[in-house]
Design a protein around this ligand. Structure first.
Ligand code: LHQ
Length: 259
């Protein structure tokens, strides 16, 4: 259910259950968990590219797995988040290198918020985002209640979460929810070129940028200045910084991820 390749420093993960719009069942969860761990431990990986096969990106939880037989005990959705979604979201967000998402079609429910948890989100012009949870009595999960207000502001986050309307990729770009809309036929090439580019850049520095920006959501200005001081101290010790200007990307791309 998941295709995985590593090439030119880029780990490419393709959700591959196109008949159900790449929705997450137990098998896909298990594969995703294993693969994110493999990616984290593979020292040659310096960027991740996540996309979907077929006409959709991901329709969130596989709802055909839902046990709603009359008389059946209510399922514990908290357990599903605790055991499956939350570890996946943490693993994805905490990767020490850039993550790029190429949203090739509809991204609904958890699928939308998995995409938005990536660092740089490109979307096909025909793609769309749906916070579908409210339609089935749920609230946005997979980090959506944290991510959405930070990306688009509280008014839009509430509208998206409470109405569950389809948001076009172009509107998502105009709202600053994603980085960029790309013509459908150019999406995969452009996303791969971007991921490959990121994989040639100073990985350690990019990881520190991620850390600082993530922490900014909860820090005061003063705390953030202190954090910048601490992280810049680490950045200043990297081989990439000491190499100086102009940077020699060739040697940077050959340097180890941790140097
Ligand atoms: C699907 C699904 C799907 C299975 C389309 N499952 N088959 C976390 C904790 C634990 C539990 C609860 O959930 C969560 C997180 C969540 O993600 S909750 C939200 C779950 N997702 C949704 O509510 C979205 C459901 N899907 C839709 O609303 C539509 O399919 C969208 C708007 C995404 C796409 O609409 P269309 O382009 O019209 O496609 P379609 O509806 O015809 O779907 C195509 C096929 O994919 C179809 O199968 P079929 O055999 O008829 O071709 C659908 O049944 C299947 N599919 N989503 N989530």
């Amino acid at each position: 259910p998941l295709l995985y390749t590593v090439e030119d420093g880029v780990a490419r993960l393709t959700l591959n259950r196109p008949d159900s719009l790449n929705s997450f069942n137990a098998e896909l969860h298990a594969e995703m968990r294993r693969t994110l761990e493999a990616v984290r431990q593979n020292g040659s990986v310096r960027a991740l590219l996540l996309t979907g096969s077929g006409r959709g990106f991901c329709a969130g939880q596989d709802l055909s797995d839902r046990n709603v037989a009359p008389g059946a005990e209510a399922p514990d959705l908290g357990e599903s988040l605790e055991k499956r979604y939350n570890p996946m979201l943490r693993a994805l967000r905490d990767l020490p290198f850039p993550t790029v998402c190429a949203v090739n079609g509809v991204a609904a429910g958890a699928g939308a918020n998995i995409a938005l948890a990536c660092d740089i989100v490109l979307a096909a012009r025909s793609a769309s985002f749906i916070q579908a949870f409210c339609k089935i009595g749920l609230l946005p999960d997979s980090g959506g209640t944290w991510t959405l207000p930070r990306l688009v502001g509280m008014a839009r986050a509430k509208g998206l979460a409470m109405l569950g309307d389809r948001l076009s990729a172009e509107q998502a770009e105009q709202w600053g929810m994603i980085w960029k809309v790309v013509d459908d036929e150019a999406l995969q090439d452009e996303a791969l070129t971007l991921a490959r580019h990121l994989a040639t850049q100073p990985t350690r520095g990019l990881a520190l940028i991620k850390r600082a920006l993530h922490a900014s959501a909860d820090n005061s200005f003063d705390q953030q200045l202190d954090l910048e001081r601490d992280l810049q101290r680490l950045a200043g010790r990297t081989a990439d910084y000491r190499e100086g200007w102009p940077p020699s990307w060739k040697s940077v791309s050959q340097a180890s991820r941790g140097s």
